[in-house]
Design a protein around this ligand. Structure first.
Ligand SMILES: [Zn+2]
Length: 430
C-alpha cells in the first residue's frame, strides 16, 4: 500500500513535469547591433535532427531518472536486497566483509538491470544520430571498466560508513561521513584526470606544434606557466568536442579532445582553450569542491533524517529493518537521487554562473569574440544542440547558458572598444 503511494507520487511528479515542458516555449534571442557586421556571428538555426534529438533527449532524461529510482526500489521491494544481505552475512567474514560483499553483488545486479537501457540510450541512440563511432564491444568494455571503478569506490566508502561509522556512531555517523567526504571530493576532482581517465583513453603530446605554441602563448597571457598540452583520443567514444585544464601540486595540464582539434579551426580551438583556462584561473574547481563540501554537511544531515523516517514508516514493506542494515544503503541511494534532483536547479544555476564567467574570461583573454561565438556555433552543430532550449531544460538540466545566449553575449561584449580592460584586466593583445 505504502510502496504504491510512493510509486503514485513519483508518477505524478513525472506527468506534471513532462506536461510543463511541452507547454513551455523558448525565449527570444539576444541582439547585438553596435559592431561591424563581420564581427557578428549569427545564431544558427537548429537542424530538424537537432530539434528531434533535443525533444527525445528530454524523455531519455526522464527515463534515466525514473530508472535510478525504480531499480533500487525493485531491489528492495522484491526482497532481492534482503536476500543478498542474508547471503553476504552467511558467506562473508565480519561486518566490513558483509558490507563489501553486499555492495559488490547489488552493484552488479543493478548494472545488469540497467544495461539494456544504457545500451539503447547511451550507445545505439548516439550511433543513430551519428554522435558516436564506437563499436558495441568497445562500449561494453568501457561500461564494465566504469562498473569496476564505481564498485571499488563504493566498497571503500561503504566499508567505512556502513561497516564502521553507522555502528560505532549511530547518531552522528552523518557528520563524520560529511567530514570524510572532503578528501574524497578533492581526490576525485584532482586525481580523476590523472588516474581514472587514462584507464579509458590515451593521452599524447599535441601533434600540431603551431597550435601547441599558440596555446602555450595563450596560457602565458592567462598567467598559467609551465603547462603541458595533451591531446586525448576521445574520438574512440564520441564525436562531441571538449577540452579542460587541470592542475595538481604544481603540474598543470591542458587537455584537448582530438575531436576538438579535428573539427574546429585553430582560432576556435584557442577560444575553447581560453574558456577552459578561465575555469582554471578563476579557481572554479576549488569553488566546486568548497560548495560540494558545505552541501555535504547539509545533505548528509537531511539524508540521515529522511532515512530514519522512511525506515520507521516503510521499512517493513521495503525489507529494511534497521539503519545499520546494508539494505539501508540501497534506500540511501534512492533518497540521494531525490535530493539531487530537488537541488538540480540550484547547482545548475551555480554552474551556469561559472560558465558565463569563463566565457567573459575567454573573450577578454583572446579579444577575439567572433571566434568565441563561432566556436559556440560549431559546438551547437556538432553536439546537435538547440540554441534556446525550453525553461524546463534550462532549470533542471542546463549546466551552461544556452548556446543562443552565449553567442548573443559574445556578439555584444567589447569592453576594450571604449578603452576599458574588462573584468579580468588583460592588456591589449600585442
Ligand atoms: Zn566551461
Amino acid at each position: 500500500m505504502k510502496g504504491k503511494e510512493i510509486a503514485k507520487r513519483t508518477t505524478w511528479i513525472f506527468i506534471l513535469t513532462t506536461m510543463a515542458w511541452f507547454t513551455s516555449s523558448s525565449t527570444t534571442p539576444l541582439h547585438a547591433s553596435d559592431y561591424p557586421p563581420s564581427e557578428i556571428v549569427p545564431i544558427p538555426e537548429p537542424s530538424p535532427e537537432a530539434i528531434q534529438f533535443h525533444r527525445t533527449g528530454q524523455w531519455i532524461w526522464a527515463g534515466s531518472v525514473a530508472l535510478s529510482l525504480a531499480i533500487p526500489m525493485i531491489i528492495l521491494r522484491t526482497s532481492i536486497g534482503s536476500s543478498v544481505q542474508e547471503f553476504a552475512g552467511r558467506h562473508a567474514y565480519g561486518r566490513v566483509g558483509t558490507v563489501i560483499c553486499f555492495v559488490v553483488l547489488v552493484s552488479v545486479i543493478a548494472f545488469g538491470m540497467r544495461l539494456p537501457w544504457n545500451f539503447t540510450a547511451g550507445h545505439l541512440r548516439m550511433k543513430a544520430y551519428g554522435l558516436s563511432e564506437q563499436g558495441a564491444g568497445d562500449w561494453f568494455v568501457d561500461a564494465l571498466k566504469a562498473l569496476c571503478v564505481n564498485v571499488v569506490i563504493q566498497c571503500i566508502l561503504a566499508s567505512i560508513v556502513w561497516g564502521f561509522l553507522v555502528v560505532r556512531f549511530p547518531k552522528t555517523w552523518w557528520l563524520w561521513t560529511a567530514a570524510g567526504t572532503l578528501p574524497f571530493l578533492v581526490a576525485g576532482v584532482y586525481l580523476t584526470p590523472l588516474v581514472i581517465d587514462p584507464l579509458f583513453n590515451r593521452f599524447e603530446a599535441l601533434k600540431d606544434e603551431t597550435l601547441e605554441s599558440d596555446i602555450l602563448k595563450l596560457a602565458a597571457r592567462a598567467n598559467v606557466a609551465d603547462a603541458d598540452v595533451f591531446e586525448v583520443d576521445k574520438s574512440r567514444q564520441t564525436k562531441a568536442v571538449n577540452a579542460y585544464v587541470t592542475g595538481l601540486l604544481g603540474s598543470k595540464r591542458i587537455v584537448l579532445w582530438d575531436t576538438l582539434i579535428g573539427k574546429l579551426p585553430p582560432r576556435e580551438v584557442r577560444a575553447v582553450v581560453a574558456h577552459e583556462l578561465g575555469h582554471y584561473v578563476l579557481g572554479h574547481v576549488r569553488w566546486g569542491v568548497l560548495i560540494g563540501g558545505i552541501s555535504a554537511f547539509g545533505g548528509m544531515f537531511l539524508l540521515d533524517r529522511a532515512l530514519r523516517w522512511t525506515i520507521s514508516h516503510w521499512g517493513e514493506s521495503l525489507h529494511v529493518k534497521d539503519l545499520a542494515d546494508p539494505t539501508a544503503l540501497v534506500l540511501l541511494m534512492i533518497l540521494a537521487t531525490i535530493g539531487e534532483i530537488a537541488m538540480a536547479p540550484v547547482s545548475n544555476a551555480i554552474s551556469r554562473t561559472m560558465e558565463h564567467q569563463a566565457d567573459v574570461f575567454a573573450i577578454e583573454l583572446t579579444r577575439d569574440p567572433a571566434s568565441v561565438a563561432r566556436a559556440f556555433a560549431t559546438l551547437q552543430h556538432e553536439n546537435l544542440s538547440v540554441p534556446f532550449p525550453n525553461w524546463f531544460y534550462r532549470t533542471w538540466r542546463a549546466t551552461h547558458p544556452s548556446i543562443g545566449e552565449r553567442i548573443g553575449f559574445a556578439n555584444g561584449y567589447r569592453p576594450w572598444a571604449d578603452g576599458g580592460k574588462g573584468r579580468y584586466g588583460f592588456d591589449s593583445v600585442e
